[in-house]
Design a protein around this ligand. Structure first.
Ligand code: ADA
Length: 556
């Protein structure tokens, strides 16, 4: 599924995935053999390729002509795209969208081939052996569109509340592909309000962002309790003819910070969340719609009000569902646990910034996203690392000044970067990686932040807490790795963190057990990170009822 709502009425658009494609691995004993595979998919879902690391070519054909745009929602993790054997795009990173525009394609049948590569190398600064799996394949949908010379790239809505009601900044980005200038009208309509830009001139082969401010009358705000959504439709009109359109969805909500609190439409937020990887034993990172919705049903059943998309941008459909279900989202760019040396990889800066440049415009309108996160557990304790954090926060502010930003630190009392984010966030594992009682550890850390760092006075949140528990391993010793130990530890951790007056919330590490890359130095029992509240098949561990009881009891 591309989105949970229709994005075009005028522009012709259809999904190319959702069918069987040909798949052929490039290395190993099956190199060159051709298989039929369902798309979107990870090749690890296929019995022959469950541990394949290499390149694979996916092929399909389609009928089309004219100027076409192919949108790739996610190829894991490096992609080269060929149309009729001609390279039309290349892209690094599994978790962001990229596209290819092909002008004046001859009417007829065309072949599309995508070479996906999930190998680790010096060239890949973000996909490295890690505590999660870098799968391979066309893991998110591919969409084919027929576009006119001038078309709408995105529409962004930034709602804000003033005494007299809801207002919003509206921006429409229009691109002109042609070698000739374009003159057109642009109309936008949302929640009963219309905007019109007349006789807009767009020079050849360039783009323009049109801006306006609108007042909205009688609208209902979006909130976790009442996730009211509105559509905005932008239409291009050329010589009196409607030539292109784009519909997106948004909600009237505003996130603000006052002192140590975070507010959504003036109401203080208390986060009860879970960190979630896109991971499933059958689907890898390519979860189909039903599996994503089922995860969110579990998350709601647990009484959580938020998800952290650790450690990369998520599938748009998942974000659509969060918008609809009123689940708040901490969305983060792609990076986990990079050392200063990793951050000094010559590709790091460009690759990490590209994720931000691709994530924010694509996900801008989701009301569920209340904060942007970056660089989980990277080198925020070094001057070099701090500079990387600073640049990325500057970029985020440039692309979206309307949301706060943060990063999850693990640099206990050595972090030097808390002057940079709006919210100070920590990943802590008392009673798992060390035995200090939770309240003692938390209080010591919090006091240090207030007395010794530039994070003093900012909102404070715990972005990871948890313990490992192997599904089905129960015994009277209640030793580490038993379900009992995990349940008892989460009870102590959650009670302490949610009861800490200056903490605005907590994310449990993690929603479900996940596969980790075999090459990762740390190693894990079962080659899985076993800290899920449910296991990889979403079967409940003992911790489930504990979390459910505490989350349901912890109020708003
Ligand atoms: C971290 C990290 C997670 C995971 C977790 C753990 O701090 O952010 O990705 O590795 O710890 O299980 O230890």
């Amino acid at each position: 599924m591309i989105r949970t709502f229709q994005t075009h009425h005028i522009r012709e658009s259809r999904e190319l995935t959702g069918y069987l494609w040909e798949f052929s691995p490039c290395q190993g004993e099956h190199a060159g053999q051709v298989y039929q595979v369902a798309t979107p998919c990870c090749w690890e879902s296929h019995p022959e390729f469950s541990a394949y690391r290499g390149e694979g070519i996916y092929k399909t054909s389609f009928a089309a002509g004219g100027t076409i745009r192919l949108e790739f929602k996610g190829v894991s993790h490096t992609a080269s795209v060929y149309l009729d054997d001609r390279e039309i795009a290349s892209h690094y990173n599994a978790y962001t969208i990229f596209d290819a525009v092909v002008p004046d394609l001859e009417e007829g049948i065309h072949t599309l081939a995508i070479r996906a590569d999930n190998r680790f190398s010096e060239n890949s600064a973000l996909h490295i052996p890690n505590d999660y799996m870098s799968y391979g394949g066309v893991s998110r949908p591919v969409v084919l569109e027929r576009i006119p010379d001038a078309y709408i790239e995105w529409v962004h809505v930034t709602p804000h509340y003033r005494e007299n009601g809801w207002h919003a900044g509206v921006q429409v980005k229009v691109r002109n592909l042609s070698r000739r200038g374009a003159v057109l009208d642009v109309r936008a309509e949302a929640a009963g309000t219309s905007l019109l830009w007349e006789d807009v001139e767009i020079p050849p082969e360039t783009d323009r962002v049109l801006k306006a401010e609108a007042r909205f009358g009688d609208v209902r705000p979006w909130s976790p309790e009442d996730p009211q959504l509105y559509y905005i439709t932008a239409v291009l009109v050329r010589d009196g003819v409607e030539t292109d359109d784009l519909t997106d969805r948004f909600g009237f909500r505003q996130i603000t910070i006052q002192g140590k609190e975070l507010y959504l439409n003036g109401e203080g937020l208390k986060i009860r969340g879970l960190c979630r990887h896109e991971d499933h034993p059958q689907f890898g990172c390519a979860l189909p719609y039903g599996a994503m919705a089922a995860d969110l049903d579990i998350i709601r059943h647990l009484g959580a009000n938020s998800v952290r998309t650790s450690h990369y941008p998520n599938d748009e459909v998942f974000l659509d569902l969060c918008d609809e279900m009123g689940i708040l989202v901490w969305e983060e760019n792609h990076a986990r646990g990079l050392s200063e040396e990793d951050m000094r990889n010559p590709n790091f800066e460009e690759q990490a910034e590209q994720v931000i440049r691709e994530m924010i415009p694509a996900h801008y309108n989701h009301p569920s996203i209340y904060i942007w996160g970056i660089l989980n557990e990277c080198a925020s304790d070094s001057q070099y690392g701090r500079e990387c954090y600073r640049k990325q926060f500057d970029l985020i502010r440039e692309l979206d000044p309307s949301r706060p930003h943060s990063f999850a630190s693990c640099k206990f009392k050595t972090d030097i970067s808390f002057g940079l984010p709006d919210v100070v966030s920590y990943n802590i594992y008392p009673l798992w990686y060390h035995d200090t009682p939770v309240d003692e550890y938390l209080d010591d850390l919090y006091r240090w932040i207030q007395s010794e760092t530039e994070g003093a006075g900012k909102p404070f949140m715990v972005t990871e807490i948890g313990a490992g528990g192997i599904y089905g391993y129960r015994n009277p010793s209640h030793s580490k790795w038993t379900e009992e130990y995990q349940a008892e530890t989460l009870e102590k951790q959650l009670t302490a963190v949610l009861g800490y007056p200056d903490c605005i919330g907590v994310y449990i590490w993690q929603f479900c057990d996940i596969r980790v890359s075999e090459e990762w130095f740390g190693g894990r029992p079962r080659t899985m990170n076993n800290k899920g509240v449910v296991d990889e098949y979403r079967r409940r561990k003992l911790a489930y009822d504990v979390v459910r009881r505490i989350f349901h009891g912890s109020g708003h």
